[in-house]
Ligand binder design. Structure first.
Ligand SMILES: [Zn+2]
Length: 358
C-alpha cells in the first residue's frame, strides 16, 4: 500500500466573512500582501483593511495581477519586494487573479488565502491553476500538492458581482455532478474517490433548488440564503469534488461529454471568443444525458435550463449539425471522456445531437 494525503480547504461564508481573517491567518505570520483584479480589489480593499484593523495582522501592499493568468504575470509579482517579504498572500478576485496569485505563492513557497469576489468557478478551492499565454490562449494546467489555507466568501460582494458570471457558474457546476457520476459508474472506488463521487450530487442539487432565486437576488444585490447556497456549490463543493476525484495529477473522474463538447466546439473558428464556457457546458450535459438515454434526468435538467435561461438546443448556441459533424471525432478522443463508462461513437453522438438540433 502506498501513502496518500488528501487536503481539503476550509471556508468562512457570510456578509461579514472577512471579520474572521485574523483568526485563521495569524497562524501563518503577521504580514500579508493582496493580489487581485482591478474590480475585485475595489470591491474588497476597504473590507480587508477593516478586517485586519486592530489585529496583529497587517496588509503591506495591494497588487494588480495583470490581465491573464500567466507565468509572466506571476514572475512580476514574485520579483516585487513586498510580495517577497510578506508572510502570506491574499488572492482576491475571479479565476484568473486567484490562479496568478496561487502561482506566485507556490513559487515563493508562501501560504495563501483565497477571497473569491464572484461565484463562477472553483479556482479559490481547487489545487489546480489554469495558465494562459500572454495573448490569452490556453497554456496548461498546473497541479499543486497544497491548497488555500482558508476561503473567505463575502456574500455581500458576491451579491454585487456581474450576473453573467453566476449564470455561467451554475451551468459549469451542474455538469460536475453528471460528469463525475457517469465517469465513476460501475466502479467501487476507495475512500476519497468515493467521497468525491457522492459529494458531486451537491454540485447539482442546490443549484436546481435555489438557482433561479439566486440569479434574481444577484440582480437585486441581495445576499440571500439561496445565493449563498449556490455560491458555496460553485466555489467550494466543486473544488472539493475535483480534488477528491483526482489521483495525484490525474484528473480521473473529472470531465465528461459536456466539457469534451465545449473543447471540441472551440475548434470551430471564432467559437471560443463568442461563447462562455459555463453556458455551453451547462447545455452539453443535455447531450450527455441523451447519449446515455437517461430521459428522466434529461427532462428534469432541460426544464431547469429553460427556467433559468441556459440553452437547450444547438441552434441556441449557434451551432449547426454540419458544424458539429466536423468536430465529433475530436470529441470522442478528448481527455474529458477518457474515463467514460463505454466507448462513444460518432453515430451515437450525432443521433443524440439531432434531438437537440433546434
Ligand atoms: Zn468547466
Amino acid at each position: 500500500m502506498e501513502n496518500y494525503s488528501v487536503i481539503i480547504p476550509s471556508y468562512t461564508v457570510g456578509p461579514e466573512a472577512y471579520k474572521e481573517i485574523p483568526r485563521y491567518c495569524r497562524l501563518y505570520g503577521r504580514t500579508a500582501v493582496v493580489i487581485g483584479g482591478t474590480k475585485a480589489m475595489a470591491a474588497a480593499r476597504e473590507k480587508l483593511l477593516q478586517a485586519v484593523d486592530g489585529s496583529d495582522l497587517s496588509i503591506t501592499g495591494f497588487f494588480l495581477y495583470g490581465n491573464e493568468a500567466t507565468y509572466e504575470a506571476a514572475a512580476v509579482l514574485e520579483d516585487t519586494r513586498q510580495v517577497k517579504e510578506a508572510d502570506m498572500i491574499f488572492a482576491v478576485g475571479g479565476g484568473k487573479a486567484i490562479d496568478t496569485a496561487k502561482l506566485a505563492a507556490l513559487h515563493l513557497g508562501k501560504p495563501f488565502f483565497t477571497f473569491p469576489t464572484i461565484a463562477s468557478n472553483c479556482a479559490s478551492a481547487s489545487s489546480v491553476a489554469i495558465i494562459y499565454h500572454p495573448d490569452g490562449s490556453f497554456r496548461e494546467f498546473v497541479h499543486y500538492l497544497d491548497t488555500t489555507k482558508h476561503i473567505f466568501i463575502d456574500t455581500n460582494i458576491i451579491a454585487h458581482a456581474p450576473w453573467d458570471y453566476l449564470f455561467a457558474g451554475i451551468g459549469d457546476t451542474c455538469a460536475k455532478y453528471y460528469e463525475v457520476s457517469i465517469s465513476a459508474r460501475g466502479e467501487t472506488p476507495e475512500h476519497y474517490l468515493a467521497m468525491g463521487v457522492t459529494l458531486s450530487r451537491m454540485c447539482m442539487e442546490p443549484l436546481v433548488l435555489y438557482g433561479e432565486k439566486a440569479l434574481a437576488d444577484n440582480k437585486a444585490h441581495i445576499p440571500s440564503y439561496e445565493l449563498e447556497q449556490c455560491a458555496l456549490a460553485i466555489i467550494v463543493t466543486t473544488g472539493w469534488v475535483s480534488m477528491l476525484v483526482s489521483r495525484e495529477h490525474n484528473m480521473l473522474y473529472n470531465g465528461g461529454v459536456a466539457h469534451a463538447l465545449f473543447y471540441s466546439l472551440c475548434e470551430l473558428p471564432g467559437f471560443d471568443a463568442t461563447h462562455i464556457h459555463g453556458v455551453v457546458v451547462g447545455f452539453g450535459i443535455l447531450l450527455q444525458l441523451l447519449i446515455d438515454r437517461d430521459y428522466e434526468e434529461y427532462e428534469k435538467l432541460r426544464a431547469f435550463n429553460q427556467k433559468i435561461g441556459l440553452p437547450v438546443s444547438f441552434a441556441e448556441i449557434g451551432v449547426t449539425m454540419e458544424e458539429l459533424e466536423k468536430v465529433v471525432d475530436r470529441l470522442i478522443v478528448d481527455e474529458d471522456v477518457e474515463h467514460f463508462p463505454y466507448r462513444l461513437t460518432h453515430e451515437q453522438i450525432m443521433e443524440a445531437a439531432r434531438k437537440l438540433a433546434d
